[in-house]
Ligand binder design. Structure first.
Ligand code: FAD
Length: 385
C-alpha cells in the first residue's frame, strides 16, 4: 500500500482511541481508519472499574460494545488482541511482529501501564492490578467467594477501590508508605476527611510502612510490612501508580519525558505521528484523566481532518469516587507558590490554594462542600489557555 493510500492508524482502543475516532468520523466520514489494540477492543468506560464491586457488575456488564460492533458503527477496521511491537517513522510503518502495516498518519493512544510492586515472596500470582476490563474480569474470577482484600497504595485509585470493595462486601486493609491518603492530590485536612469516612465503613489503613513480602498462606496471602506487622488476606491488589507507556516511542526515536512529548497540536517529534490520552505529555502536562483526553480527541480529530487545531485545556477538576466522602479536586500545578487555606467542619472540607496575590490556583472539596466546585471553577485560571 502506498503511503498516501494508507489509513490513519490508531494504536489503542481505550477512551482516547475510541473518542478520537468517533470525533473524526463526524468530520471525515470516508477517511480509512485502522485501529490496533492489544486487548479485545471492547468499548468500556475505565472509571467504572472502580465502582464495579459495589454495583456488582461483571466485566461483560461494564462493556458497552464489542470491537466488531464498534468497527461496524464507525465504519473502520479494528485488529484486536494484536500488539504493535515496533514503529518505523521514516518508512511510515508500524510492525506487528514481522508484519508491516503502513500508515498515512499514526496516533499513539496506548495508555499507561501499572507500576509493578517490588515485593518479595512466592504469591506473585495472587497480587492483582486492575487497569483494564480484562484485569477486572480476572480479578473478579479470583475474588469469587473471597472475603478479605489487601490494597497496596492509597492514591486516588487505591482509595476508590477501598470504598468500592468495601461496598462490595470485602474486608479491606490498605497499606501505603505515606502519611496521608492521596498525598499528591489533597491537602492533609481533606485527606483526613476521606480517611475518616472510609474508616467509618470499616476500611483499615496502615500508613507509613511498605509491603515488603507477600507469601502464600493457605488459599490466601500473608503480607509482611516493613515495620514487621503481618496481615492476612485472600487476595492483594496493587494500586501503587500508573506510568505512561514509553518503550515503543523511545525505541522509535520519539521525544519522551514523563510521557510521549507532544505540542498543542498533539504532534510528536516525528512527522505524522500524534499522541493523546494517558500516554501523552501535552505541552508539559501528563494528566491521566478522562476530561483532558476528550478535549484532546476533539482537537486532534479536526487536525487530522485537515484543520490544524491546537488543544486548549480549561479547568480540569477530578472527581474521586469515594461516595462515603465525595471529593472534587483541582490540584495546583506541581511546584506552584502559594498556600492552602482550609475551612472545615467534620468531613466537609473546603481547601483553597491561593498564591501571594490571592489568586486561586487549586482547590480540594470534600463532603457537602463539593457543591461549591462550580463557583471555584469560575475563579480558577485555565490549565492550557
Ligand atoms: P487505555 O484505556 O489504557 O487504553 C490503552 C489502549 O492501548 C488499550 O486498548 C491497550 O490494549 C492498547 N495498547 C497498549 N499498548 C499497545 C500496543 N503495543 N499495541 C496495541 N495496542 C496497545 N479518570 C477520570 O477522569 N475520572 C475517573 O473517575 C477515573 N477513574 C479511574 C478509575 C480507574 C480504576 C482507573 C484505572 C483509571 C481511572 N481514570 C479516571 C483514568 C482514566 O480512566 C484514563 O485516563 C483513561 O481511561 C485512559 O484512556 P487511554 O485510552 O489513554 O488508555
Amino acid at each position: 500500500m502506498t503511503e498516501h493510500l494508507a489509513p490513519i492508524v490508531v494504536i489503542g482502543t481505550g477512551l482516547a482511541g475510541y473518542n478520537l475516532v468517533k470525533e473524526l468520523r463526524k468530520l471525515a466520514p470516508a477517511q480509512p481508519v485502522l485501529m490496533i489494540t492489544a486487548d479485545d477492543g471492547r468499548n468500556y468506560s475505565k472509571p467504572m472499574l472502580s465502582t464495579g464491586f459495589g454495583k456488582n457488575k461483571t466485566a461483560d456488564e461494564l462493556a458497552m460494545a464489542t470491537a466488531a460492533d464498534m468497527a461496524e458503527q464507525l465504519g473502520i477496521v479494528i485488529r484486536t488482541n494484536t500488539r504493535v511491537t515496533h514503529i518505523d517513522p521514516k518508512a511510515h510503518k508500524v510492525f506487528i511482529g514481522e508484519e508491516p502495516v503502513a500508515y498515512s498518519k499514526l496516533v499513539l493512544a496506548w495508555g499507561a501501564d501499572v507500576i509493578a510492586p517490588r515485593v518479595q515472596g512466592d504469591a506473585q500470582e495472587r497480587i492483582f492490578s486492575i487497569n483494564d476490563l480484562q484485569d477486572y474480569s480476572r480479578f473478579r474470577t479470583a475474588a469469587a467467594g473471597k472475603k478479605r482484600v489487601l490494597i497496596m497504595g492509597a492514591g486516588l485509585i487505591g482509595c476508590e477501590y477501598a470504598n468500592d470493595m468495601k461496598d462490595g462486601g470485602f474486608a479491606v486493609d490498605v497499606v501505603a508508605p505515606c502519611e496521608q491518603l492521596m498525598p499528591s492530590l489533597l491537602p492533609k485536612e481533606a485527606a483526613a476527611a476521606v480517611q475518616r469516612g472510609l474508616e467509618s465503613l470499616g476500611v483499615r489503613f496502615h500508613l507509613g510502612p511498605l509491603v515488603s513480602r507477600i507469601e502464600r498462606h493457605g488459599e490466601g496471602v500473608r503480607a509482611t510490612l516493613s515495620n514487621g506487622e503481618m496481615l492476612d488476606a485472600d487476595l492483594a491488589v496493587s494500586a501503587i501508580g500508573l506510568r505512561p507507556r514509553l518503550e515503543l516511542a523511545v525505541k522509535a526515536g520519539l521525544q519522551t519525558h514523563h510521557g510521549v512529548v507532544v505540542n498543542r497540536l498533539l504532534e510528536t517529534s516525528e512527522p505524522d505521528i500524534y499522541a493523546l490520552g494517558d500516554c501523552a505529555e501535552v505541552d508539559g502536562l501528563v494528566l491521566l484523566y478522562v476530561l483532558p483526553l476528550m478535549t484532546a480527541a476533539r482537537a486532534l480529530a479536526k487536525t487530522l481532518a485537515g484543520e490544524p487545531t491546537p488543544v486548549s485545556y480549561g479547568v480540569m477538576p477530578v472527581t474521586v469516587k469515594t461516595p462515603v466522602v465525595p471529593v472534587v479536586v483541582a490540584p495546583p500545578a506541581a511546584g506552584s507558590a502559594g498556600q492552602w487555606h482550609i475551612d472545615a467542619e467534620g468531613n466537609d472540607v473546603q481547601a483553597e490554594f491561593r498564591d501571594e496575590s490571592g489568586q486561586l490556583r487549586g482547590y480540594a472539596l470534600t463532603g457537602a462542600r463539593v457543591m461549591n466546585k462550580v463557583a471555584l471553577n469560575k475563579a480558577l485560571p485555565a490549565l492550557l489557555p
